[in-house]
Design a protein around this ligand. Structure first.
Ligand code: AMP
Length: 267
């Protein structure tokens, strides 16, 4: 696996494979790889000739400076794991490389980005849409791989590629969970064992919501009642949204950590 840090290096590395007709897959990430990231890389490895992983902790995606400062970073460990699953190219640019002095253009998604995560984190999806568009332009992948864990993000990125006529297949993969049901997330490392026990109410609540839906009940009410019965968390939102079909989405705070999760509903 090769690691490159500049846009020209990335372009140079990809020129010949593209010219010779290789299928290029991109997995955009912020590093701190876990099983969710690795599942995306493996799926890209199976379907593509050349797999590019971008590792960029996008400063503009964070609302609080402390959240950015404490975001877990371990590029050496990430590179080793990516290489193990057969990634060909790791693109790990600096913030100055992607946002040099004078940078002044943004991609602004519309209504889809105003609700839920967009409402809770102002500017978040502008940052996501802008950085994804830049990565798509630099790498020019045939396919890009995203996790359903961030269901609204998948919906926003799909909208961007349709609206901007980008010829890229957006592939969405199921959420990878720990054995106890908690969705894998780079932020889980911040949870103490006691907080983690509380956080498990989120997948439990979404499961209860999906069952209620299956038996003709109200998924939001069922999920909410599980969360309300748990001490030590605050509910940010629980709602059904249309992200690639009806999806029961929840966001909670446990201590200083904010967690999101979702399940698809079969309607
Ligand atoms: P991040 O590094 O958090 O920006 O995530 C990079 C990609 O991995 C995004 O497409 C996420 O949706 C995806 N991802 C994060 N957690 C999971 C998970 N538990 N299961 C599947 N995909 C995930």
């Amino acid at each position: 696996m090769r690691t490159v840090r500049t846009v020209p290096e990335a372009r140079d590395t990809l020129r010949e494979p593209r010219r010779s007709g290789q299928r290029i897959g991109l997995v955009p990430t912020m590093g701190a790889f876990h099983g969710g990231h690795l599942a995306l890389m493996r799926a890209a490895r199976e379907a593509c000739d050349l797999v590019v992983v971008s590792l960029f902790v996008n400063p503009s995606q964070f609302n609080a400076a402390d959240d950015l400062a404490r975001y877990p970073r371990d590029e050496a460990a990430d590179a080793a794991r990516a290489e193990e699953v057969g990634v060909d190219l790791l693109f790990a640019p600096s913030a100055d490389e992607l946002y040099p002095d004078g940078f002044d253009t943004r991609v602004e998604p519309g209504e889809l980005a105003m609700v839920l995560e967009g409402a809770a984190r102002p500017g978040h999806f502008v940052a996501v849409a802008t950085v994804c568009t830049k990565l798509f332009s630099i790498v020019q992948p045939h396919a890009a791989y995203f996790g359903r864990k961030d269901a609204q993000q998948v919906a926003v990125v799909r909208r961007v590629v349709v609206d901007l006529d980008l010829p890229i297949d957006i592939v969405a993969l199921p959420t990878v969970r720990d054995a106890d049901g908690l969705a894998l997330s780079s932020r889980n490392v911040f949870l103490s064992p006691a907080e983690r026990a509380v956080a498990l109410a989120l997948p439990r609540a979404l499961g209860a919501g999906a069952s209620a839906e299956g038996s003709g009940g109200d998924p939001v009410a069922a999920a909410r009642s599980v969360l309300e019965a748990e001490r030590g968390l605050t509910i940010d939102y629980v709602t059904v949204a249309d992200f690639d079909g009806p999806t029961l989405c929840g966001a909670i705070r446990v201590g200083a950590t904010r967690l999101i999760d979702n399940v698809q509903l079969s309607r």
